[in-house]
Design a protein around this ligand. Structure first.
Ligand code: AHG
Ligand code: MN
Ligand code: MN
Length: 313
């Protein structure tokens, strides 16, 4: 997939393994109803969220493929309490969300896999704390979205490239350099939480909803897939703004989404495509998670809209 590209060899190897694993997951998701693999697993993960059978199968698949890769020193999954060290030195640390949007999988709505690569220590085996860097320390990041087409979007240099899965299971480069337009008329937020937001987020959305007659002077459209990969993919393809802010349902939690598995990788892609990504105040790439499963508020997408949102706690 990346044979002629300029990524360092360890990064290239690991991205190759992730590409193959995502092609396998695409097949797994496509055949899940026939294979009897839809539905709940009757288990909860480390974040106390109900797991689908496919959350576990995809986590096991990625863990096996990445553990077998000579350039992976450690991996951290949204579905597992602890990071796993392979005992190797050098190479990459890989953090991943094996199945993003999994509550959508039983109803045949797009889901995906998100991943983030960091440099592993050269002189000792890696441990969990090595993952706790800011977003700028990512060597590469990407996601696969399993929708009407399966696509793989990734960045290991200044570009954000998109590949589409062909009928033989190969990723074909279909978009060499994605760009998020600075202006948009489309927002994505779970509106059912409006009463729980802080005033600046509610005011921003109310201004969008007021349309042409309101302070923004233009009509906005709304989309909310409920799978971050699908919502971010739409923004990378045609612009828009995505918000998952803090809300008062769980006031001690900074947001629903996770910095390491969702926030940092998507922020890297969106910023390299010319967009912006913040936690409502600071650039997400400047933030360092205090722990593997730490959560964050997320505002990302078209620069002009992200810059309007300042959700101070
Ligand atoms: P995951 O399935 O990995 O737990 O992530 C679900 C996330 C994300 O994909 C999406 O943007 C968000 O949860 C949807 O939240 P709502 O249930 O509030 O719509
Ligand atoms: Mn997720
Ligand atoms: Mn997930």
């Amino acid at each position: 997939m990346l044979q002629d590209e300029a990524a360092p060899s360890a990064v290239r190897e690991v991205l190759g393994v992730l590409g193959e694993a995502c092609a396998e997951i695409s097949r797994l998701v496509r055949s899940a109803a026939v294979a009897g693999q839809l539905g709940a697993a009757q288990t909860v993960n480390v974040q106390d969220e109900d797991q689908k059978a496919l959350d576990i199968l995809t986590d096991e698949l990625l863990t096996a493929r990445l553990s077998a890769c000579a350039h992976v020193a450690a991996l951290a999954s949204e579905e597992q309490a602890e990071a796993i060290s392979t005992g190797r030195t050098g190479g990459c640390l890989v953090a991943f969300d094996p199945l993003d949007g999994s509550s959508n999988v039983d109803v045949n709505v797009s889901v995906g896999t998100i991943f983030s690569l960091r440099r592993a220590p050269d002189t000792r085996p890696a441990h969990a704390e090595d993952f706790l860097g800011d977003g700028r320390s990512q060597l590469a990041a990407g996601y696969a979205v399993y929708g009407p087409q399966s696509m793989l979007v990734l960045s290991f240099d200044a570009r954000v490239m998109a590949f589409s899965l062909d009928e033989h299971g190969a990723w074909i480069l279909t978009e060499p350099s994605l760009q998020v337009p600075a202006a948009t008329k489309e927002f994505a937020i779970n509106m059912s939480n409006r009463r729980h937001w802080r005033a600046p987020v509610a005011a921003y959305i109310d201004d969008c909803l007021a349309g042409r007659e309101g302070p923004r002077g233009k009509d906005f459209n709304m989309r909310w897939v409920g799978s971050m990969v699908a919502d971010v993919h739409r923004i990378l393809m045609r612009g828009g703004v995505f918000l998952y802010p803090w809300d008062a349902r769980e006031p001690d939690r900074p947001g629903k989404l996770r910095m390491l598995y969702e926030g940092h990788p998507m922020a890297l892609l969106v910023e390299r495509a010319g967009g912006r990504a913040t936690d409502g105040v600071r650039p997400l790439l400047d933030r360092t998670p205090p722990s593997l499963h730490a959560r964050t508020a997320i505002v990302l997408g078209s620069a002009e809209e992200v810059e309007r949102v300042r959700d101070v706690g």
